[in-house]
Design a protein around this ligand. Structure first.
Ligand SMILES: *Cc1c(COP(=O)(O)O)cnc(C)c1O
Length: 391
């Protein structure tokens, strides 16, 4: 038995190197990577610009702590603010930490505005916000909370996409609403466009902060820098991570000036925003903000979506429904076909995807894919589906 704590049940696969959209095992097998480290490797593997940013920074300075000025933080915060709704940015190491900070902001914002009694956050069923005590409470799913009682107080839940339930759940103690614009782990569900707009109206009416968890759907994943931009609204707080570091651990909280309530002594982290992270984060943003980059993400997203719809049509006994937005796509498998077993079969055929709740498989390829990769992935899906359809 290994000394490693058995918190994961990994596939029997270990990779030695990656190049672009492909991963390679030590014995030379090649895999098309439509998992991308669960929406992390947005620029694929060993992207030359990211490798250059990391290695040149590594020769100068890795870490100094936030006791000293880190110019890279000031610069990356400014660039993120320029490109988004935000005025202020805090850098963390992960998604869960960014969300912990967002929850702290919700409480402090209300206290600073004369409402210390408002501390509760309303979220959605089937949400995922990370694995810390507060973020499992924020998600509220039984499978995440089991064994870890007492549940951190201050979180309520309503059905995703339902504005009436959201409105009805607001009390004198509500501080904020926290929603994923596209639910990832929960089964790859995109919010209807009028849902996010409706949430904005509700927050304005009741004096609540509108907070989006864009850890998975942010950083260009849906063809906009942030997924909420599709709804043409401005949130108060956004937590992001995953793609922002392209594989280097990095997260961020973005806020408006009004919601930027964290000051000296209120919040902090040892590693967050260290020079290595800032160098790579800056290189990722260079690529994301290039002319035409998002147009290609949108075009490739439409190609994947069309391919998945065609699979559902061709194999109605295997697939139930195609879902998603941009390059954040899902396909729901028919009852009796286990998504994890199907995922293993795809791996056997050289294609990596990620599982999700609701018997869904997620396709989260690097944002740099081209049409040949889409065709290869769809052909592999079709080949595995054909075996099930014949059975
Ligand atoms: C992955 C994820 C998180 C947690 O991020 P970590 O970096 O694993 O802590 C939170 N919210 C969403 C929507 C995620 O997909």
């Amino acid at each position: 038995m290994s000394a490693l704590m058995p918190t994961y049940a990994p596939a029997d696969l270990a990779f030695e190197k990656g190049e672009g959209v492909y991963l390679y095992t030590a014995d030379g097998r090649r895999f098309l990577d439509f998992c991308a480290g669960i929406a992390v490797n947005c620029m694929g593997h060993a992207h030359p610009h990211l490798v250059e940013a990391l290695t040149s920074q590594a020769q100068k300075l890795w870490h100094v702590s936030n006791l000293y000025v880190i110019p890279g933080q000031i610069e990356l915060a400014e660039r993120l603010a320029q490109a988004s709704f935000a005025d202020r940015v805090f850098f963390s190491n992960s998604g869960a930490e960014a969300l912990e900070g967002a929850i702290k902001i919700a409480r402090k914002y209300q206290k600073d505005n004369g409402h210390p009694e408002r501390y509760r956050v309303i979220g959605c069923e089937n949400a995922f916000h990370g694995r810390t005590l507060a973020t499992i409470a924020a998600a509220g799913q039984e499978k995440l909370l089991e064994g870890f009682a007492p549940v951190v107080d201050g979180f309520d839940h309503v059905a995703y996409g339902n504005l009436n339930e959201m409105r009805a759940a607001i009390t004198d103690e509500t501080a904020a609403i926290l929603v994923e614009p596209v639910q990832g782990e929960g089964g790859l569900k995109a919010a209807p466009e009028n849902y996010l707009k409706g949430l904005r109206d509700i927050c304005d009416e009741f004096g609540l902060l509108l907070m989006f968890d864009e850890v998975q759907c942010g950083m260009g994943r849906t063809g906009k820098l942030f997924a909420h931009e599709w709804a043409d609204i401005k949130p108060d707080v956004v937590a992001t991570a995953k793609g922002i570091g392209g594989g280097f651990p990095l997260g961020a909280i973005l806020t408006t000036e009004d919601a930027a309530v964290l000051g000296v002594g209120n919040h902090g982290t040892t590693y967050g925003g260290n020079p290595l992270a800032m160098a790579v984060g800056g290189a990722v943003l260079d690529e994301l903000l290039k002319d035409g980059f998002m147009d290609r993400v949108i075009a490739m997203g439409e190609a994947v979506g069309a391919g998945l719809n065609a699979l559902v049509e061709k194999f109605p006994t295997v697939f139930v429904e195609a879902r998603g937005l941009g390059l954040m796509r899902g396909i729901k498998l028919a009852e009796g076909i286990d998504n994890r077993a199907f995922k293993s079969e795809l791996e056997g055929a050289g294609l990596l995807v990620a599982p999700a709740g609701d018997n869904v498989l997620r396709l989260l390829p690097p944002l740099i894919i081209d049409a040949t990769h889409v065709t290869e992935a769809m052909d592999t899906f079709a080949a595995v589906a054909a075996r099930h359809a014949a059975a």
